[in-house]
Ligand binder design. Structure first.
Ligand code: SAM
Length: 288
C-alpha cells in the first residue's frame, strides 16, 4: 500500500507492517517559495540535501538542552518502574543528541556514560562542553564496535534512531559485539501510522524505515535478544508532533489525509497504519 504525503511516499508492507519511506522526486508546490520565504518549507533545501546532519543544529540550543534534561528525568522514571537499575552501570546512548540526556544518568547512579551522534555539532558539544565520551556514528555506514573500540555496555539505548536504519541485520550483529550476557537494550521508535506519515510530511531528511513493535521484537528474538517489556510511551514533549498543523499548512494535512483515507479503506484498514496517533514504541530487551 503506497501512501503519498507532501514530500514522501510511504510504502506499507501489508504482510508485516514494515514501511519504507522514500522522498518524492518533486514537491508539488515548491515554486511558491519564489514568491515568499513563508513557503520555503514547501521546496527542497539544497544545503540539507548536501549535509542532512545540519537539521540537528538545534541540538546545541538552550531549548533542547532543557528539553533533554526533562526528558531524561521522565524516561528514567519510566525505566525505574520497569525495574531497570542504573546504579554502577555503564550506559551508551546511540544517536543521543547533545548528550545532556545520557549525562543525567550519572546523577541517577550510572558508573559511566557514552554518547554517539550523527551530528558533528552534537558530538563536539557533548565532548567539549559536557566532557563525556562522544563519537560520530552513522547507523547505515559505521560499525559500532569499531567506533566504540570494542567496549561493552550494561545498558544500551537507541531512542528515535532505528527508523533511520535501512537494515537491522548489521546493526544487530554490532549490538551483540558491544553487549554482554546481562546487557539491556532499550529502543524507542516511531510506529508506522498514518499520523506519523502526516506529521513528518514537510521534513526533508526523514525517517527511512518504520517497523511495528512486533516485527522488531521478532527480529531480535531470532538473534538472541529476549523481550522484557513491549509497551508504548507518551513523552510529555510530544506536542511537536503536529506543530506544523496550522495555516498555511492545514490544507496539505487535509488533502493528504483524505487521499490516504481512501487507500487505507481500500486496503481494509491495515493494522497500525490507519491510526492517526504518532505512537512511540518502547521495547526493552535482554541478551538471552
Ligand atoms: C528524533 S532524533 C532523536 C534524538 C534523541 N535520541 C532523542 O530521543 O531525543 C533522531 C536522531 O537520529 C539521529 N540520526 C539521523 N540519521 C542518522 C543516521 N544515519 N545514523 C545515526 N543516527 C542518525 C539524529 O542525529 C538524531 O539524534
Amino acid at each position: 500500500m503506497k501512501i503519498k504525503t507532501y514530500k514522501h511516499n510511504w510504502n506499507y508492507n501489508l504482510s508485516n507492517g514494515v514501511t519504507t519511506i522514500k522522498s518524492r522526486k518533486k514537491y508539488p508546490l515548491s515554486f511558491l517559495s519564489f514568491f515568499s520565504k513563508k513557503f520555503n518549507i514547501l521546496s527542497r533545501n539544497k544545503e540539507i540535501e548536501k549535509d542532512p546532519s545540519i537539521i540537528y543544529e538545534y541540538f546545541v540550543s538552550k531549548k533542547d538542552i532543557s528539553v533533554q534534561t526533562d526528558r531524561a528525568n521522565a524516561f528514567s522514571n519510566i525505566l525505574k518502574r520497569y525495574g531497570i537499575d542504573f546504579n554502577g552501570k555503564t550506559i551508551l546512548d546511540i544517536s543521543g543528541g547533545n548528550g545532556v540526556f545520557v549525562k543525567q544518568f550519572l546523577k541517577f547512579g550510572a558508573k559511566s556514560v557514552t554518547n554517539t551522534e550523527y551530528s558533528k555539532d552534537a558530538v563536539n558539544f557533548s565532548k567539549k562542553t559536557l566532557k563525556i565520551n562522544s563519537f560520530e556514528y552513522d547507523i547505515n555506514v559505521d560499525k559500532l564496535s569499531s567506533v566504540l573500540k570494542n567496549e561493552k555496555f550494561d545498558i544500551i539505548m537507541l531512542r528515535g534512531c532505528i527508523e533511520f536504519c535501512e537494515d537491522l541485520i548489521p546493526l544487530t550483529k554490532e549490538l551483540k559485539l558491544i553487549s554482554h550476557q546481562n546487557s539491556i537494550i532499550i529502543f524507542s521508535f516511531i510506529i508506522p501510522t498514518l499520523g506519523a506519515a502526516l506529521r513528518t510530511q514537510f521534513d526533508q531528511y526523514n525517517v527511512k524505515v518504520c517497523r511495528p513493535a512486533k516485527f522488531i521484537e521478532h527480529h531480535f528474538s531470532k538473534n538472541d535478544f529476549e523481550t522484557k517489556i513491549n509497551s508504548e510511551i507518551f513523552l510529555f514533549d510530544r506536542n511537536y508532533a503536529y506543530q506544523k498543523l496550522k495555516w498555511p499548512y492545514t490544507p496539505f494535512y487535509i488533502y493528504y489525509l483524505i487521499l490516504a483515507l481512501f487507500k487505507v479503506h481500500k486496503n481494509n484498514y491495515p493494522n497500525d497504519f490507519h491510526s492517526l496517533d504518532c505512537k512511540t514504541g518502547l521495547l526493552i530487551l535482554n541478551r538471552s
